[in-house]
Ligand binder design. Structure first.
Ligand SMILES: [Zn+2]
Length: 148
């Protein structure tokens, strides 16, 4: 096995919690429950469980404030979003990454400034582009190995 960066070790439910903590920076389980009430309809015990899992996973820190616990992020939102997109691209053959990016762009609403940035990024990427992207898969997980 190749040494890949460890995938972002959190579930979709835990990600919902992280978004609240990144936004508030410091919060309580009561506040998280209130904020996510409409979207997730989680009981306060569910939120407490998810918060303590995130503490165990090193994503959140916690401290006691009088009789209640507060939670704060130990991992930056920006870093986590980068890890999330790396996780996504690691799930497909590297030959198909271009198509994945294409479909992300196709399905996104983008501003003129987003497009300006993407255009200059693409210009920059031309400098390091290759004729054929090498496959990174094990035989049997993509079509590449069947081509002779
Ligand atoms: Zn492949």
């Amino acid at each position: 096995m190749s040494e890949k960066k460890k995938a972002l070790p959190i579930t979709d439910a835990e990600w919902e919690i992280m978004r609240v903590v990144w936004t508030t920076q410091e919060t309580t389980s009561k506040e998280v429950t209130e904020i996510l009430n409409e979207k997730m309809e989680w009981k306060s015990t569910t939120v407490k469980t998810l918060l303590s899992r995130l503490v165990e996973k090193g994503m959140l820190g916690t401290k006691r404030n009088g009789n209640k616990f507060t939670y704060f992020p130990l991992v930056e939102e920006k870093k986590s979003i980068e890890a999330l997109s790396e996780d996504l691209l690691e799930k497909v053959c590297s030959k198909k990454v271009g198509k994945v990016l294409e479909s992300i762009i196709t399905n996104s609403t983008l501003s003129f400034s987003d497009l300006d940035q993407l255009e200059s990024l693409l210009q920059e990427k031309r400098k390091t582009a290759v004729d054929v992207v090498p496959c990174n898969c094990i035989p049997g997980q993509c079509q590449c190995h069947h081509v002779r």
